[in-house]
Design a protein around this ligand. Structure first.
Ligand code: UTP
Length: 290
């Protein structure tokens, strides 16, 4: 079955990057000249997604404005020497069919995804975390969609995280199937003791889920942090039917984390056609002073 719908949860409070996120959504933080969420929408479109639901919250209306037309700006840019940027600005609103819904209360990622039940209907769908930008040759969500096609089970996008950090993430029980593809039969959110750690593979930013997740989420009680955890609902699928885990090939930048934001700017910046060379020169000089 072709996967054409994606849900982007972007309603989190972003407390790890306060005060910047007090009135500016972290999903709108720029990486060079594009907001994080636009990279995510472009990744979805590259993977064949046509319909996207962005889950927002109070104070995040600027995300809606970004994907809308901007008549005054477009008129101002309509000059012979500004045609490139005019096309770039106009193109944003026609990337995909993008709709929005608000998560009225910030009760966790699982609670946010449940808001997408009517939009998704009865088909498998992609989930792309609004603060995880993944840059690579192929769209990460496309690699997960391929694995859904191969095994017909829910898929989680994973990476290895350092053992010392695993208590901040989800930990997965995995068994290699081939290449970068694993069978996943259990998971635990933020393991607090070494006994709870199943492996250092963690879900980072992307999933493909069957519509059955909604029935499970409706019965999922608040877990770690008093929030309705998506991991708790996915665990039920993992231990019963099993899931597939794909170690996607791109590099992931956590835009909800101070260091992640800076890494994204530097690494995307050095490859940018306009500023790449200048940034490399600057960095070479700057590191000599460290
Ligand atoms: P995070 O835990 O990374 O985001 O959630 P957060 O809650 O904003 O983080 P901090 O700890 O306060 O800094 C992963 C994704 O789920 C969304 C976030 O926007 C992010 O894209 N999310 C989280 C929601 O949409 N709703 C929620 O209630 C919680």
């Amino acid at each position: 079955m072709k996967i054409t719908k994606a849900v982007i949860p972007a309603a989190g409070l972003g407390t790890r990057v306060l005060p910047a996120t007090k009135s500016m959504p972290k999903e709108m933080f720029p990486i060079v000249d594009k907001p994080a969420i636009q990279y995510i929408v472009e990744e979805a479109v590259k993977a064949g997604i046509t319909d996207i639901l962005i889950i927002t919250n109070r104070g995040k209306g600027v995300i809606e404005d970004h994907f809308d037309r901007s008549p005054e700006l477009e008129t101002a840019l309509d000059k012979p020497e500004k045609q490139d940027i005019l096309e770039a600005v106009k193109g944003i609103s026609s990337l995909a069919n993008i709709t929005f819904i608000r998560q009225i209360e910030t009760k966790g990622l699982g609670h946010a995804i449940l808001r997408a039940k009517n939009f998704v209907g009865d088909e498998p769908f992609a989930v792309m975390f609004g603060d995880d930008v993944i840059i690579g040759e192929s769209p990460a969500i496309g690699e997960l969609i391929d694995a859904y096609g191969e095994f017909g089970k829910g898929v989680v996008g994973v990476k290895l995280v350092p053992e010392s950090e695993i208590h901040k993430y989800g930990s997965l029980k995995v068994e290699n199937l081939h290449d970068n593809v694993f069978k996943c039969t259990d998971m635990v959110e933020k393991p607090q003791t070494p006994e709870e750690v199943l492996s250092c593979y963690s879900i980072l930013g992307r999933c493909v889920l069957p519509p059955e997740i909604f029935g499970i989420l409706e019965n999922t009680k608040p877990g770690k942090g008093g929030e309705i955890q998506l991991t708790d609902a996915m665990k039920e699928i993992a231990v019963t039917e099993g899931m597939t885990a794909v170690e996607y090939t791109g590099t992931r930048y956590d835009m909800g984390n101070k260091l992640g934001i800076l890494q994204a700017s530097v690494e995307v910046g050095v490859n940018h056609p306009e500023i790449g060379e200048g940034l490399k020169e600057y960095l070479k000089e700057f590191v000599k002073t460290l």
